[in-house]
Design a protein around this ligand. Structure first.
Ligand code: FAD
Length: 437
């Protein structure tokens, strides 16, 4: 039986980048709060991903406004450097973070404002709850995954390094930033790799001396508030690995990787692929070239002196796997010993027992302000804009949410004339009692 009961104005659940940003803004605005983190600060960066992961954006960009990385600003921080950065950031303003405490249940109080929160270390009463538990919680493996004991299967969340895998070829399903980086690493380690490529965007790593993060910034794309229609299932393939480079599927194929279309089904040890590889690569090229065009137009319009880069438009010849795509692969004959599912994540809000979700289980909110008063979400993709789930973007969303909390506190603390009169009388009475002592 727990006896430990704490009262706090605002409880933040999770101390990844979203929770740290939230705490900074609440501290700045003088909102009493507590951040509970079941592991350590920025644990997802420290242990939740593969060993060689580096940030996808350069250090000057993928950071909060108040602190720079202690490294070359154009380089890409390693995952531990990113985790260290958030720890240092939290120390900078003495963030009230308690680590090793899990939030197990949140319910709205029936007879008074706020929420009762069950944690692994007692019960907390909170007026507001900010959910900063991240967009990438539960690895998703699609139901088509075969029950085949001959093949080792893992989600990209469980992949650490090539030495972890048995001898033999690897099928990597999914060619977003995780899938393409893992496939590249495995191929460089000498593995035969099949990479299943779906719809993707693949911006140039850099163009005319500017990183694509800069281009998306000046072209207003990080701030886009709605996803282009039809882009819901389009992943983004970028990489900061080995100093950063453009993801070029043709180059990967010329280096020996076998590209295949979207993985369709497994039947009796045979995997089949959609006949959409060429189309997916073509759409990715279109996206790549559109960014070059937009960048050229921006340079011309603003009269910038940035060196021309015509070679960025030169495409390698189509490799055989693109012109004569494989539609079926017998896993045993192809010696495929491992399948890595780089197929994304979902969220888990089973602990959050409030009326804040749509029928599809997604949070119902406007810029992170939930339809359930007092509940907030921060760090989700497209929470307010394209940049919302990225390091710098979450900081701006957290500011909006902290300001909303302050506004609500002002409303809540409002006293009408009768209440103010009662307050004055109580103050006078208590002063005269003090005087009589
Ligand atoms: C492979 C990969 C690479 C990425 N690379 C980049 C990049 O280069 N640049 C970039 O800007 N973004 C990148 N992102 C996206 C995003 O920045 C990260 O996913 C980031 O970790 C999200 O931060 P967050 O704080 O929202 O969530 P998380 O970092 O996941 O933090 C949430 C925290 O909540 C805690 N938690 C969850 N449930 C509870 C509970 N019930 N009680 C207490 N604590 C709880 C967790 O332990 C966790 O520490 C990447 C994402 C992935 C998957």
């Amino acid at each position: 039986m727990t006896t430990n009961k704490t009262k706090i104005d605002t409880l933040v659940v999770g101390a990844g980048q979203a929770g740290v940003a939230m705490s900074e803004h609440l501290s700045r605005l003088g909102v009493p709060h507590l951040v509970l983190e079941r592991n350590r600060i920025a644990e997802a960066w420290r242990t939740g991903r593969w060993d060689s992961l580096v940030a996808n954006g350069p250090a000057w960009h993928d950071r909060f406004p108040g602190l720079e990385f202690d490294m070359d600003p154009d380089a890409f921080a390693g995952k531990d450097q990113v985790a260290d950065y958030f720890e240092a950031y939290a120390r900078k303003f003495n963030a009230p973070i308690r680590t090793g405490v899990e939030v197990r249940k949140v319910v709205r109080n029936a007879d008074r404002p706020g929420f009762t929160v069950d944690t692994s270390d007692g019960v907390i009463e909170a007026r507001q709850v900010v959910v900063a538990t991240g967009p990438f919680q539960r690895p998703v493996i699609p139901p088509i995954a075969p029950q085949d004991p001959r093949v080792l299967q893992m989600h990209s969340a469980a992949y650490r390094n090539p030495q972890q895998l048995p001898e033999g070829a690897v099928l990597v399903v999914g060619a977003g930033s995780s899938g393409v980086q893992i496939a590249d690493e495995l191929q460089r380690a000498g593995k035969q790799v099949y990479l299943s490529v779906g719809a993707h965007d693949r911006p140039p790593r850099a163009y005319r001396n500017r990183d694509f993060c800069w281009w998306l910034g000046v072209l207003g794309e990080w701030d886009a508030e709605t996803m282009q229609p039809g882009k819901e299932h389009v992943t983004i393939a970028v990489s900061g690995a080995r100093g950063g480079h453009t993801v070029d599927f043709r180059r990967l194929a010329h280096q020996g990787m076998t590209l295949v279309g979207l993985t369709k089904a497994f039947d009796n040890g045979v995997v089949s692929f959609e006949a959409n590889l060429a189309d997916n690569i073509a759409r990715g090229d279109e996206n790549y070239l559109a960014l070059l065009d937009a960048a050229d137009a921006y340079i011309a319009r603003n009269g910038l002196d940035l060196p021309e880069e015509p070679e960025a438009r030169v495409m390698l010849p189509d490799p055989p796997c693109l012109t004569r795509p494989i539609l079926e692969l017998d896993l045993v004959k192809a010696n495929v010993a491992t399948i890595i599912w780089a197929t994304g994540y979902s969220v888990d809000y089973s602990w959050l027992q409030v009326d804040a979700f749509k029928d599809n289980g997604k949070p119902r909110h406007q810029r992170g302000v939930s339809s359930e008063p007092g509940v907030y979400f921060v760090g989700l993709p497209w929470l307010s804009r394209r940049g919302s789930a990225f390091i710098w973007g979450v900081w701006h969303d957290a500011r909006h949410i902290a300001e909303h909390i302050v506004k609500q506190r002002i409303y809540f603390e409002y006293r009408d004339a009768a209440q103010r009169q009662a307050d004055r009388e109580a103050a006078t009475q208590s002063a005269s009692l003090m005087g009589a002592r």
